[in-house]
Design a protein around this ligand. Sequence first.
Ligand SMILES: [Zn+2]
Length: 494
Amino acid sequence: MMRAAIFVSLLVGAVLLAEGCAVSTNPVSGRRRLYGYSWEEERRIGQEADRQIVAQYGLYEDPKLAAYVDSLGQVILQHSHLRRPETPAAFRNTPFVFRVLDSPIVNAFALPGGYIYVTRGLLAHVNNEAQLAVVLGHEIGHVAARHASQRAFELQLGQVALLGGAIVGQEVLGLPGGDVLQLGGTVAQLLFLKYSRDDERESDRLGVEYAARAGYDAAEAAAFFSTLKRLSEQAGANLPSFLSTHPDPGEREQTIRALAARWRTELPAMDRVLQAAYYTRIEGLVLGEDPRQGYLDGQAFYHPTLRFWFPVPTGFHVTNQPSQVILTDHRQEAVLVLSLASETSAAAAAQRWRGQQGLTLIDQGSERINGLTAVYVVAEGKTSDGQLIRVLRYFIEHEGRVYSFAGYALQAHYARYQPTFLQAIRGFAPLRDPVRLNVQPIRLRVVRAARSAPFRVLLPELPRGFTPETVAILNQVTLEAPISSGTPLKLPQP
Ligand SMILES: [Zn+2]
């Protein structure tokens, strides 16, 4: 667990933006135009932000699957504009990194300069290698056509001002990232600049082209896009920006089929689908939230791997990230963040935090919390827009690590929230319940249909959190679809 280091990349971004725009080549069209960043700057931004992305999402721990996604990505890349003889060497020599993020949300995205991510949630919902080839090709397309850099050029003035404020807030108070307390500015705002619909259409076109040139039946991707549509209808607001600016999924399916058909006349060999091989690769994949990384049950948060738990005050919403657990008051007036301190003792961590510039010390001391050594500090500081914030910090030692609680509220509201903060912090305790310590995630199992029947009839009893509809979407079929005996099915298994 680390404190959100998002702001480091925002700082880099702001500096780069301040350097001004650059005239350079578009590797896809070959034409020269204005960009927010030079290609070299795009690579630096990507490198810096990659660390933040990995810290925030965590990598999915399956080296074989990671190597597979990277090797498929590298194959598709070889067929992209970035690896053609006529493309300038700076683009041809840029290495690409493909990563699998440990998130159940179905998502894929690219950072400038050659960093491409797919989530384990996306890999579970993809049905064959041809579909994944088009998804990776689509993301390579965003990087190759330099869409983020084009949008940054259009937006740059407003962003420098916005980021300036966010950075000051971070340096003084160590506030978490995101929009808590309305400080503004997230890695998403800078680096996942909203692509335009034309950008998305261009990336769809490029994704189909690159996958087709690599020998894949790119028309397969249409079925994956209809899966995305079903997911968005089901999840409503839960879906990420991946979908929000994309063209209408119905239009997309038709376009993908038409583009693939056109490539087929030129490349008759584009027939690779590879479903069975793909199913073997994703067998055992974690489905849904992984409780080993911490989970909420009723009004308590449990972490079986780090072996602690604490009560969650009513009215607080919990966001569990690999680097921190964020509890946000439903009125957005207070936030409590749990993370790991880098120091080896609670006293050292408290001393370092207390010594920061811009903080006024209000109170400090030490106490025992459920048998654990704890040191606390109360201090005040100002945000960039002049608001006075009071912070309650607790550093607690547990099994060789130092846990840091940080409760933030505007000074005017602090008295109301201190008892709530303390309820959670003083409830922090070692986890000893063997049932909770041994909790296991749901995993994807490939099972062959024992007979021919509609999909709905073939479903076994499903674990909590899964419905017949979610499993049908996972398999890219409808509930009433006729399934013939022997067809491999992706099922959630505890
Ligand atoms: Zn896209």
